[in-house]
Design a protein around this ligand. Sequence first.
Ligand code: NAD
Length: 261
Amino acid sequence: MFLKGKTAIVTGSTSGIGLAMARALAVKGATIVINGFGDAEAIERERSNLAILNGGEARYDPADMTKPDEIAAMVDRTAEEFGAVDIIVNNAGIQHVAPIEDFPVDTFNAIIAINMASAWHMMRAAVPHMKKRGWGRIISTASAHSLVASPNKSAYVMAKHAIAGLTKTVALETATHGITVNCISPGYVWTPLVEQQIPDTMSSRGMTREQVMNDVLLAAQPTKEFVTAEQVAAFTLYLCREDAKAITGANISMDGGWTAA
Ligand code: NAD
């Protein structure tokens, strides 16, 4: 329970990687604020499960990551209610697959807001609370697409490359305050986000479902295995340890060797 007494906000934690991260942090005692969209009853079930896991408190905050005011309000509400914002995980994200000339502008704007700008707004709001306590952990879910590109993902690749740059910059700004700022770059993790891009990739590349799985998704990963959400969550937890305090400004790949190629 090394996170007892710490409060963590995980954006986009009603599903997939974020939910696994919230559970991992809760198991080690952190008070948790979950965020994201979905079925109200399922979210409430998960919130109460998190409060059982941490033996304390868990709250759901519906802040929309496209809305800077709602992001700042979530951070301030958390500080007011729990007395601190010690850990933020910038994880909310969406995907859309289309060639640039067919890419809808509204979808581009949404990806930039949710996958990229929301991390900046989260950090801007949370850093003063962390500085006050002289301790903080900022972790963003980037992607192998923060390091390399794939066709038809212009907005996503742009947003994820920016997360790596933001991570380095804020790490430098906070380095003497007991705050570390890192991003984790998974390869393909089997979550609803990946499942949902299969039909688009099938139509944009004229492939069958099996071809997309084997020739597109796992083609990139030398291990030929999906990364698991639990593996990403375990590394998130490691970054919160005192042992990890020398790791800051890093972009850590968990991609089955994808970006080694
Ligand atoms: P997911 O679809 O399972 O979860 C996405 C979460 O973001 C959900 O909780 C959703 O409700 C939330 N969300 C979406 N729009 C939001 C908004 N406007 N405001 C607040 N929350 C919002 O996806 P996932 O695969 O778990 O992805 C999580 C993160 O991991 C994303 O940033 C994604 O880019 C990144 N990632 C995923 C993979 C992968 O292969 N799945 C690989 C690398 C990086």
